[in-house]
Ligand binder design. Structure first.
Ligand code: 2M8
Length: 489
């Protein structure tokens, strides 16, 4: 798996010219539908899996900053909230200690009101390395760390539970449980609507920054009049990133929120299915965590069920979950893959799960490759531009988790598709859904960590890694491979 980008690009060349309409009609296809698995690893089977795991661990070690992992050394040189959760899930497989440390470092910067900021800035990194940096956000956590003032999808309880399963450390769980509860309480107190749904107040809070799902609500936002000095374009080509206008809107919204002391939303308040599903799944995970910690799991179970019901009532239509504009009450119909992520809700009614799976197959090409972030065949779909179509490992992983519960037969090809993507193109930030060509930055941490988790659970080509005993939910690779962090740290 060395320097796979060139090979990936060459292999992709034959399909890149495929007319958009054909691609759109057929959906992503690089597996059975294409008459063979393009991009399958050279040495399939357990040896191939081991090579990918080693390469992933190399990335995770290279991005390690002593108590947290940067998503990318140059493009994202600080700690990001939901990245850390996804990173911990994979790290748990080879270094549970590192996974615990990652989550505890993030929650160390939790605010008094319970919010977990979406960025914790590293004081050792110059202000100019990332925009908007600490001077823009102008705020510190009680710990003294400079942070942003917005949040990201609360996938952390899910991560904490999986970290515990990999190595049952009850002291860790007891330490993080009240912090996870406070995170949820902040969202209930500051972001809930009469319908019982939670709002995000900035596209960055969705994690899917420039998703076409935000085009309509962003039309009501006044862009920052002056140009913004972006840093991202020094690292990634402009046609793979949000536009300058997007950045003017992002900055304007963040400034408006900041100017109310991070209390009142500006002109953007949206109930996103991914964010709300993450919250609901967090309550289910908290129920399990509470039981281990000797606390009452019942309130968490009830809250998970309540959120599931509210989402089905207010966000579900036509085989997909959609966002809802909290300011106008209007459903924001779109074809974002965020609308499939409620599959992670354990209590999702079977008929809704069945319809979501049908949509995923028909409109997102599920079963024929990796999951695009927006449905091909729509006018907004863009196969290379960030969250407007490319495939991301974290989104695919979330839907994969849901499928394992609701439709296991489709979970397997999706796991293989994630492995194929990194085998062909390396641990890139995102991938062309049709060719698996890599886009965005290289050595992206959650692409590495989540594929380690996939391999630990699924193996490669259905062959489990050579431990011979990879349990369904728990277990690490560290004991069976010489890649524990005592070796690599
Ligand atoms: C991207 O977002 C940041 C802003 O938060 C950026 O573009 O600078 C998104 O992909 C987000 O989901 C992710 O957490 C972050 C770091 O990987 O990058």
């Amino acid at each position: 798996m060395t320097a796979p980008d060139g090979a990936g690009a060459r292999r992709a060349a034959g399909t890149q010219g495929r007319p958009a309409e054909e691609a759109a009609a057929n959906g992503p296809r690089h597996d059975a539908a294409a008459g063979g698995r393009r991009g399958s690893v050279p040495a399939a089977g357990s040896r191939g899996a081991e090579a990918i795991v080693r390469e992933a661990v190399r990335v995770l070690v290279a991005n390690w900053e002593g108590d947290h992992t940067v998503p990318s050394r140059r493009l994202y040189p600080h700690q990001w909230s939901w990245d850390s959760a996804f990173i911990a899930i994979g790290n748990a497989r080879w270094s549970p200690r590192r996974a615990r440390c990652e989550l505890l470092a993030l929650f160390g910067a939790q605010w008094r009101d319970g919010r977990v900021p979406h960025i914790v800035f590293n004081p050792g990194v110059p202000e100019g390395a990332y925009f908007p940096g600490p001077a823009f956000w102008g705020v510190r956590a009680p710990s003294g760390s400079a942070t942003s003032g917005i949040v990201q999808p609360p996938v952390h309880a899910l991560a904490a539970w999986r970290v515990y399963l990999a190595e049952p450390d009850t002291a860790f769980l007891r330490r993080i449980y009240p912090r996870l509860v406070a995170q949820q309480e902040f969202l209930r107190a500051a972001r809930s609507s009469p319908e019982g749904l939670l709002s995000i107040v900035h596209p960055w809070e969705s994690g899917m920054d420039n998703s076409p799902a935000w085009d309509a609500p962003l039309a009501a936002v006044d862009p920052e009049p002056a140009g913004v000095r972006r840093r991202d374009l020094a690292h990634v080509s402009a046609d793979e990133r949000p536009t300058d206008r997007d950045y003017q809107l992002y900055t304007s919204l963040a400034r408006a929120y900041r100017d109310t002391g991070y209390r009142r939303a500006g002109a953007f308040a949206v109930q996103d299915p991914l964010f709300n599903a993450a919250y609901g799944a967090a309550e289910s995970a908290l129920a399990r965590i509470a039981a281990v910690c000797g606390r009452d799991p019942e309130p968490h179970r009830l809250e998970a069920a309540r959120m599931t019901t509210a989402m089905v009532r207010h966000l579900y239509e036509g085989g997909l979950f959609h966002s809802r504009d909290a300011l106008t009450g209007r459903l924001l119909r779109s074809a974002s893959a965020a609308g499939l992520t409620p599959l992670i809700l354990p209590g999702l009614p079977a008929d809704i799960a069945g319809s979501l799976v049908a949509t995923a197959v028909d409109r997102f090409g599920l079963g024929r490759g990796i999951l695009p972030s927006f449905a091909p065949g729509t006018p907004e779909f863009d196969r290379a531009r960030y969250w407007r179509g490319p495939s991301w490992i974290n989104l695919t992983w979330l839907v994969w988790q849901g499928l394992r519960r609701h439709r296991p037969s489709l979970a397997e090809p999706l796991a293989q598709a994630m492995v194929d993507a990194v085998a062909q193109s390396g641990f890139r930030e995102y991938f062309d859904p049709f060719t698996l060509r890599g886009h965005g930055c290289h050595d992206f941490a959650w692409s590495a960590s989540l594929v380690v988790d996939v391999l630990a659970q699924h193996g490669l080509d259905g062959v489990a890694p050579p431990s011979g005993q990879v349990p369904e939910q728990a277990g690490s690779l560290a004991e069976v491979h010489d890649i524990g962090d005592h070796v690599l740290a």
